[in-house]
Ligand binder design. Structure first.
Ligand SMILES: [Fe+2]
Length: 335
């Protein structure tokens, strides 16, 4: 995929990929045979065996822990060894922090509430802080003491006070979760927590407070984006998203141009789509977790793990988690 609008359309429609099959880049291939992944229905014994085989030195249970108490004031760490005096700065991480939501518990690791961690390194000493991201869904869950919104792998718990008609209305009003628990990236002089919906949260670099929320859709039209944008040495940020046009869904590259004053607001205002390519299967766009970037090209890999659009519509009506909408086409090639 080339990097600018001017170069759009230079691809050869009869190009042949390494597998020997034709890659009709600008024509959608027919919908492949349906194969549904069952993320939440696998047998426990089998998964335990696979975990042992795949990760013999990793205790996956650390991901399933729930933080009971935030550490707001920096806590002094015990130093083992020597930290060179020239090493100063902070390491900020994001990730799953709590499977609890009031009296309920999430069923999937990806639904765990975002917990931000900060390791402050200064003059040979290290401090630690952690705080939960104050996303809308986090605040709603804890004020209602239950899971109010269906997440990636967990169905919401209906409000016991709602009538049947209010429950039906709630399904249609169901917004996407803004629990941005995947990553943190700098945009301009600010730091943002990312998930795969185009809502990002501004984080205070010193206190880890959640200071604001940006909806990328206020600046351009994308329905999702990856949690792993690329930040160039000059501060320019590129990310991969999906845009729905009248002709179907497209993978789109979004550019947040560098601002001389490192002003994030200016970068958002100047954001633009600089490259786009139709998805191979319009009703089953390939799942994108990240993308490649070279001096001249954006590299997008369409692999056989897809998201079923009809499945998403069905899930919406039935208030089912998104995890059930993934489809695996194991006989299809990667392009
Ligand atoms: Fe990732």
């Amino acid at each position: 995929m080339e990097g600018t609008h001017n170069q759009k359309g230079n691809f050869d429609a009869d190009e042949t990929c390494p597998s020997g099959r034709s890659t009709p880049i600008f024509a959608w291939t027919p919908l492949p045979q349906r194969r549904k992944l069952r993320f939440t229905e696998h047998k426990k014994d089998e998964s335990a065996t696979k975990e042992l085989e795949l990760y013999p030195n990793c205790d996956v249970n650390v991901w399933l822990r729930s933080c009971e108490e935030e550490i707001v004031e920096p806590l002094n760490g015990v130093i083992k060894g020597h930290i060179p005096p020239w090493l100063n700065g902070s390491l900020i991480r994001n990730g799953p922090g709590s499977l609890k939501a009031g009296n309920d518990e999430f069923s999937h690791l990806f639904d765990s509430s975002a917990l931000l961690h900060r390791y402050g390194i200064k003059n040979g000493k290290v401090t630690y802080q952690c705080r939960f991201l104050q996303s809308d869904v986090y605040k709603k869950n804890w004020s209602a003491n239950r899971i109010v919104l269906t997440e990636f792998g967990t169905r919401s718990v209906p409000d016991p006070c709602h009538t049947i008609f209010q429950r039906i209305a709630a399904v249609f009003n169901n917004e996407a979760s803004d629990n941005a628990m995947i990553s943190v990236y700098p945009i301009g002089d600010e730091l943002y927590a990312f998930t795969e919906i185009p809502t990002i949260h501004r984080i205070n670099k010193e206190t880890l407070e959640t200071e604001g929320k940006i909806n990328i859709n206020d600046y351009l039209s994308i329905v999702n984006h990856t949690s792993h944008p690329h930040v160039l040495p000059d501060g320019t940020v590129y990310n991969l998203g999906t845009t729905i046009y009248a002709t179907g869904p497209y993978h789109t590259i979004v550019k947040f141009p560098r601002d001389e004053k490192c002003d994030a607001n200016t970068m958002f205002k100047n954001a633009k789509i600089v490259a786009e390519i139709p998805t191979r299967w319009p009703l089953n766009p390939s799942y994108m977790h990240t993308f490649g970037l070279t001096e001249n090209f954006f590299i997008i890999v369409e692999q056989p793990l897809c998201i079923s659009v009809p499945g998403m519509i069905s899930a919406k009506f039935n208030n089912e988690p998104l995890a059930g909408c993934f489809r695996w086409y194991h006989e299809e090639y990667v392009c």
